[in-house]
Design a protein. Structure first.
Length: 319
């Protein structure tokens, strides 16, 4: 019970910390008159991945590669199958493909890069530099393209910045929210990892299984919150765009920083099973965007069923 308590408390602290950090950073960006499209792309799109970043970096520094990699891979799979599935159940998702194709292509490319660099069974510092260079290239491409042409993509990222309300107004509250968010993220990460390791030991399963499922879902709660709110407001582009931005940052940013700090060997389960599920979900999302299909409630239910099947196979076959 103590391990589950640590896990639940850790997830709660990470969620609160992520929310406080995003709102504090968003308030600071508005006060400094940062471009709304850059604010939406970086602070909101990538800011929701702050819990994944802190947990994976902490796990890498503690030499727990299965948790570091499992958290990223499991979060990306859950973002598409679980979160998009839930959003489609709330309201059928009809998106404008032009506003999301660049991010969809980048997400699939980042997934392919992960498979290529991980083919040797380990991600090292050179791989980390390649991941981060890819992230830098994407940010430059996104900013220049949207700065030159305020088209659907720019409108989408501006909408992401406008999606969050209850943002601090004074500099005192802005600084307080940002600092509190950072502290909660750091402390929550320590508590979460302690609970995750304890659960793996207690139930006799690998840390990879816990990282790919329980930890991954816990650190994805900010993405869930933003996307569900957007779905309730019938802002399908924002719901989907938040997921794509998070998945890009998870692979290029979080894995890049993590393996730059510590070489990360890939668990056999990730090589044999999870990376292919990751690729399949990324291609499925890209196909949805390119065909401009409406993701119905039935299809959302199928996505959720797919996630349940993924978790079940992971525990039954690879635990």
């Amino acid at each position: 019970m103590s391990d589950w308590l640590f896990l639940i408390v850790g997830i709660a602290l990470l969620t609160l910390g992520g929310e406080a950090l995003i709102r504090g950073s968003l308030s600071a960006a508005r006060k400094l008159k940062v471009s709304p499209l850059l604010t939406g792309l970086v602070i909101v799109g990538f800011g929701t991945s702050a819990p994944e970043l802190v947990v994976s970096v902490d796990a890498a520094l503690r030499e727990q590669p299965d948790l570091a990699i499992g958290n990223v891979v499991g979060s990306n799979i859950g973002n598409i199958l679980l979160i998009l599935g839930l959003c489609a159940l709330i309201t059928p998702l009809t998106v404008r493909p032009l506003s999301l194709r660049r991010d969809g292509l980048t997400m699939v490319s980042a997934t392919g890069l992960f498979l290529v660099l991980g083919a040797g069974g380990i991600l090292d510092k050179l791989d980390g530099l390649i991941f981060l260079a890819g992230l830098g290239g994407y940010l430059v491409w996104a900013y220049r393209s949207e700065k030159a042409d305020a088209g659907p993509s720019a409108e989408l990222h501006q909408a992401e910045a406008d999606e969050l309300t209850l943002v601090p107004r004074s500099w005192l509250w802005t600084a307080s929210a940002t600092l509190l968010g950072l502290l909660l993220l750091i402390f929550g990460s320590r508590v979460l990892l302690q609970g995750a390791i304890g659960l793996a030991t207690s139930y006799g399963v690998s840390e990879a299984v816990i990282g790919l499922t329980v930890v991954a879902v816990g650190t994805s709660l900010p993405e869930l919150s933003v996307s569900v709110i957007a779905a309730l407001r019938r802002h399908a582009d924002v719901a989907v765009g938040n997921i794509l931005g998070s998945n890009i940052f998870n692979l290029l940013g979080i894995l890049g920083v993590s393996c730059l700090l510590q070489p990360l060997p890939l668990h056999l389960r990730v090589v044999e099973f999870d990376q292919w599920v990751l690729l399949g979900t990324a291609l499925m999302a890209l196909g949805f965007l390119y065909t401009a299909r409406r993701l119905s409630r039935l299809e959302g239910g199928i996505l959720l069923a797919g996630y349940i099947a993924y978790v079940w196979i992971g525990f039954e076959v690879y635990a």
